[in-house]
Design a protein around this ligand. Structure first.
Ligand code: GDG
Length: 493
């Protein structure tokens, strides 16, 4: 534990650094290139910031250290913490539940108990690192109890929480045996941020149904108790984004452009390259897009001579049973499609089950004529935004699921319901045949939208809302206009 205190503290399950061990066995740290770090780095430097989280390796006991100008405060997780708190409750209970029960959530009391214990450990590490009156920003569904635990330990702190995944409708959320505790945990924050307006609405409804507190968008009034004064919590949407400039610059590099041309040549210069980039997760609708593509080949509406689907499926949560099953299903389907329709010179699906450097990802985006994002449920989907940011040539067609948060902003994409396989097939054909003029028009609109809201805008917007809370005389005194910046059009039926 650290004795040093910080005025801005970010808390997330995973630290933004990876431990790398060189050939001589010496360990060092490498910053992982996530959008969150990019966005928060300037704030971290300016505000004397620390980051609390797990270092990515079980049973590793580490003292706080500095890396890349950020104070890193590691929280130890044992092998059994990982099984019960992380793979269990976070990824096999909350993840499927919050993604509308696409897979069956498992409810185990023993997992819940460990989730409570580990959340307390994070809260204690954060309390011990935070200066008086510090601002703390807790990230994501693994740590939903931290805000209330932290408030109890340190009522002086200003606490924000951001949920990166959807927040489900009450009919689904109410399945959770510990639903009331989760709501109380989140209400410990001053600002609870969500990806979509609908998620914030679902949360407020759950608060009304479970606790009966009065809500008036975006406010929730939490009554006082013997120990704590009444408070006003803000629950609203702050749609996350990417480091747009960074991505644009990456994609504009000559070597990345050359690599994109090389990818096209290596695939045999097909007329159309279609691309999917996802963690291998059942929420991403990879099976649905393979089904649509396979049927189009079977019906002769597409031919492997003309089109290749490149599917990057980054390995993910491989110790969770449902993910192992998914991998088997996807790989069986890919094998069948390639076996049925491939030729010696043309593969139907180029399936890549590994991660790539960012440069290679950018080259994939540049090479792709059609980008397929067919998530069945997705908090935001940053891949859609990265594709748009990469396309400085104002070309390429984005097919985007209306069930991804990104569809609220990226209205100029071809929006699809991935469950409607016939609709998806027709949309794929429409994308392939789309004239250059329409492609350019749509891509320009998409690029404008993505540029307006980059990840720095997202973090500034969240943090300025938190600052208003901090600055207001009473907790209920914020005069923030409800949903001003993020009023978003409703998806079409
Ligand atoms: C969660 C929510 C929300 C993927 N493969 C490689 C690679 N990636 C990068 C992508 C993108 C990121 O990972 C994936 O982000 P997504 O948003 O698409 O999805 P989740 O991982 O499920 O993220 C999601 C997000 O949190 C943020 O709030 O949008 O809804 O589920 O940046 O490019 N990057 C590299 N190699 C790979 O092989 N370098």
């Amino acid at each position: 534990m650290t004795d040093e205190l910080y005025s801005f503290v970010v808390v997330s399950n995973r630290l933004p650094v990876d431990r790398v061990i060189d050939e001589s066995g010496t360990a060092s740290w490498k910053q992982s290139p996530g959008g969150l770090v990019t966005a928060l780095e300037p704030v971290m430097r300016a505000a004397d910031g620390a980051w609390v989280g797990w270092a990515g390796q079980a049973d590793l006991e580490l003292e706080p250290f500095d890396e890349g100008g950020i104070r890193i405060v590691p929280v130890k997780l044992s092998e059994s913490d990982l099984e019960m708190y992380y793979e269990g409750f976070s990824n096999d209970t909350l993840w499927p539940l919050y993604h509308d029960v696409i897979a069956q959530p498992s409810y185990h009391r023993i997992w819940w108990e460990r989730y409570v214990q580990v959340n307390r450990r994070f809260a204690e590490a954060t309390a011990a690192s935070s200066a008086p009156g510090a601002t703390v920003w807790v990230q994501d569904y693994q740590l939903q109890l931290v805000p209330a635990m932290l408030r109890e330990l340190r009522p002086d702190l200003v606490i924000g929480f951001f949920n990166h995944i959807p927040f489900p409708a009450y009919g689904i959320f109410s399945q959770l045996p510990w639903r009331g505790q989760i709501i109380d945990g989140l209400l410990g924050a001053d600002v609870v941020g969500f990806q979509r307006v609908a998620d914030a609405g679902n949360f407020s409804r759950a608060v009304r149904r479970l606790r009966g507190y009065s809500t008036k968008t975006p406010y929730i009034d939490v009554p006082g108790t013997d120990d704590q004064p009444a408070r006003r919590v803000i629950a609203r949407a702050f749609p996350i984004s990417i480091d747009v400039t960074g991505f644009q610059e990456l994609a504009a590099r000559p070597e990345v452009q050359e690599r994109a041309a090389q990818i096209r040549a290596d695939l045999g210069n097909p007329k159309t390259i279609m691309l999917g980039v996802d963690r291998l997760d059942y929420t991403k609708g990879i099976g649905h897009r393979l089904k649509a593509f396979g049927e189009l080949l079977a019906e002769g509406r597409l031919s492997v001579e003309d089109i290749t689907l490149v599917q990057v499926a980054t390995p993910s949560r491989e110790r969770v049973e449902s993910y192992r099953q998914l991998r088997d299903e996807i790989e069986l389907t890919v094998g069948r499609i390639n076996g049925d329709y491939g030729t010696i010179s043309h593969q139907a699906v180029s399936y890549l089950h590994h991660g790539f450097p960012r440069e290679e990802m950018a080259a994939f985006y540049l090479a792709a004529d059609v980008m397929l994002v067919t998530a069945l449920r997705d908090g935001m989907n940053l891949v859609a935004k990265e594709y748009v940011a990469a396309r400085g040539d104002e070309d390429g067609v984005l097919i985007l699921s209306e069930f991804a948060g990104a569809s609220d902003e990226l209205r100029a994409a071809l929006l699809v319901n991935p469950h409607d396989i016939d609709g998806l097939k027709d949309t794929i054909l429409r994308a392939i045949a789309m004239p250059r003029v329409e492609r350019r028009k749509r891509m320009r609109m998409l690029r404008r939208r993505v540029s307006e809201n980059d990840v720095t805008h997202w973090s500034n917007s969240f943090l300025s809302t938190l600052r208003e809370v901090k600055g207001s005389a009473s907790w209920g005194g914020s005069d923030l206009a409800p949903e001003t910046e993020w009023t978003i059009e409703k998806p079409s039926p």
